[in-house]
Design a protein around this ligand. Sequence first.
Ligand code: FAD
Ligand code: FES
Length: 272
Amino acid sequence: MSAYHTAANTVRTTRILSVKTESPTVKTFTVKDKLCAKAEPGQFLMLWIPSVDEIPLSVLNAADGKASVAVKAVGEATQALHSLKNGDIIGVRGPFGNSFTKRHGKILLVAGGTGTAPLLFLAKRLARKAERLTFVTGAKTQSELLFLNELNAVCTEQSAVAATEDGSYGLKCLATEPLERLLTKAKFDMVYTCGPELMVRKVFELTEKRGVPLEASLERLMRCSIGLCGSCVIGKYRVCRDGPVFNAAQLREVKDELGMSKLGFDGSRIPI
Ligand SMILES: Cc1cc2nc3c(=O)[nH]c(=O)nc-3n(C[C@H](O)[C@H](O)[C@H](O)COP(=O)(O)OP(=O)(O)OC[C@H]3O[C@@H](n4cnc5c(N)ncnc54)[C@H](O)[C@@H]3O)c2cc1C
Ligand code: FES
């Protein structure tokens, strides 16, 4: 069967079951969908906002016939989605892409912005078996730090390490600063990261320096989400089909583009 004719790639119309405000710019939307309810951490879905656009979003939670996504309002589609309410109709395709591999030793997760969503989903799935689970989360300011209570609940020895750029909560720095200290102090079996690509690149450089295994979830412009249109390429990979989760060996292959450039909507290369 081609990637096109699959159950996952068929648009299902469904209704919004709940909307929760997480921060001044982020809302969590929960929809009823049997297929996306089986998504694994790292996978994404395509949400169709009627008459506006269809956009890729990482799954935040999946269980009991329902799937949730945390969405930051950044442009036309996400702002239109933010104006929708319980009971409104939307379309769903997915779940798409690969997922994080589940390691159970000493685990370190590093998230920035809405990149916290897939890593919280992963942390919840790892929490019971992980030997140690440490979460570093970063945002521009306190009100944009996402899911702090949930993150504190999944960490094993201490609360999550929070960093804000303006110092309004936690450490006044980028999330990569506490990461560097943690990597120097202790040995980790696996680092997982998701967030702004400049942060992902820095996490990659730090873990490479110390030879720590890494998995990173990447974002690129996406249209088809099934490996056909080419809008999500990075190096020899299509992020929608070969990712969005990439390991250190794959990131090494694309390091000339990682945090450097990507394709824009018109196909031209744009700096990140
Ligand atoms: C695999 C994946 C997972 C994602 N998960 C989340 C998530 O969990 N929460 C969240 O808030 N956002 C997530 N995004 C980003 C989200 O898809 C974009 O913010 C959204 O598409 C913007 O649409 P817009 O019309 O509101 O903004 P636009 O006005 O179209 O653009 C605003 C910004 O968003 C970027 N963008 C626009 N369209 C896309 C697209 N189709 N794919 C990727 N980036 C785009 C543009 O580079 C631009 O900088 C994810 C993207 C990918 C690829
Ligand atoms: S979005 Fe079309 S190939 Fe990835």
